[in-house]
Design a protein around this ligand. Structure first.
Ligand SMILES: Nc1ncnc2c1ncn2[C@@H]1O[C@H](COP(=O)(O)OP(=O)(O)OP(=O)(O)O)[C@@H](O)[C@H]1O
Ligand SMILES: [Mg+2]
Length: 356
């Protein structure tokens, strides 16, 4: 069913995204990034692809939450081992043929603490024998791991990349800039430096796709709302499948456009508040600046004045904060007449922020 609030697991339940799933399934490179803003369908696309190729799914955001804000490297390895242990289908059969021993795991330059653990050797051996794909959802959270900002895991990934034939990593991220910073593919100090990778970006549905998505979702429930209702919903929700699903479910229970939209916004408000709390932990200035952008301060000059009046006098601090919001995916920069203009990436989030 399209109007199911959980991430999808199989292609039949997925609207469109054929090309993106194929790209994940078919890419021969050992590293693939799956990028896109919140609620756009990353977890769904990742899970569908993993099911098709025989892969394991890990959620870095969940590991982060469960471990209270810092993921011990061991916990990641254990989660990987658990996920392999629970594997089904093709991957299960591959594992049953798996070798149980891999000689000497060493990673150049960086001490991989866990290399002495037999569990890791077995694990890597099993991964290779089964040709498994490892999917890590919201992988930018792995920077909160180990003793050095996640470098042990990067070293492990580099080891897998270089040495394990047929093993692939798919890393998803909504905080695209942060994911790039963490992986350091262009940073010679990073263990992963210089490795070729494939990036797959999920764009919002087009207006036509969004309408069709809603029509099909309602048809599955035996309903055919007026065309104007669907048009109005799509105009508000901008092609983000997560909001469209919320709308579909709300309309099914209320049967009115206004009530359904109100419910979408009230759910979105809960979501945004949760995200804002995380953002404020990074810096209260971020939240202040984000609200300013949402309120219509969109030029550099107006933001400088606005934040200046609130104690942020240094323009380099302001640039750093804006770059941070861009990297986390909250804000987008466009050039208008050669000058930067900022706006909140997701219009639903923007409207929620205005009302907070
Ligand atoms: N292509 C699609 N077809 C059908 N439903 C979809 C599609 N993409 C996303 N959805 C639905 O939208 C909602 C959000 O999707 P999903 O959780 O996969 O997105 P996400 O990008 O991982 O979001 P988050 O930022 O919350 O982690 C879910 O209800 C999911 O079922
Ligand atoms: Mg997700």
């Amino acid at each position: 069913l399209l109007f199911d609030p959980r991430p999808k697991d199989s292609r039949e339940d997925l609207y469109d995204r054929e090309r993106e799933v194929d790209a994940l399934v078919e890419s021969g490179l050992p590293l693939i990034l799956l990028l896109g803003r919140r609620r756009i369908g990353k977890s769904s696309v990742l899970r569908v692809a993993l099911r098709e190729v025989g892969g394991v799914y890990l959620d870095a955001r969940l590991l982060y939450a469960e471990s209270g804000g810092w993921i011990p490297t061991r916990l990641f390895i254990e989660a990987l081992a658990d996920a392999l242990g629970e594997a089904r289908g093709r991957l299960r059969r591959g594992l049953e043929r798996a070798v149980r021993h891999v000689e000497g795991v060493t990673v150049a330059g960086i001490r991989l603490n866990l290399s002495r653990e037999p569990a890791l050797r077995e694990l890597l051996g099993a991964l290779e024998a089964a040709g498994a794909t490892i999917g890590v959802d919201e992988a930018q959270y792995l920077r909160y791991s180990g003793a050095r900002g996640g470098r042990e895991l990067l070293a492990l990934f580099a080891y897998i990349y270089d040495n394990l034939q047929g093993v692939r990593l798919i890393l998803s991220g909504s905080e695209v800039g942060l994911l790039h910073d963490f992986l350091g593919l262009d940073d010679y100090r990073s263990p992963l430096y210089g490795r070729p990778y494939r990036a797959v970006t999920l764009a919002p549905f087009t207006r036509r796709q969004s309408l069709e998505f809603l029509e099909r979702g309602f048809a599955e429930r035996g309903l055919q709302p007026p065309r104007e209702t669907l048009e109005a919903a799509v105009a508000e929700l901008d092609g983000v499948p997560g909001w469209l699903v919320d709308f579909g479910l709300a309309y099914l229970s209320h049967g009115s456009l206004d009530e359904a939209l109100r419910e979408v916004y009230s759910r979105a408000e809960g979501f945004v508040k949760g995200e804002l709390a995380l953002l404020e932990r990074r810096s209260p200035r971020y939240a202040e600046l984000l609200k300013a952008v949402a309120a219509g301060y969109t030029s550099w000059e107006s933001l400088r004045r606005y934040m200046g009046a609130r104690g942020v006098r240094s323009t380099s601090t302001l640039s750093r904060l804006l770059r941070g919001l861009e990297k986390m995916g909250w804000v987008e920069k466009r050039l208008v007449d050669g000058r930067p203009r900022y706006r909140v990436s997701d219009p639903v989030v923007e409207r929620v922020l205005r009302r907070l």
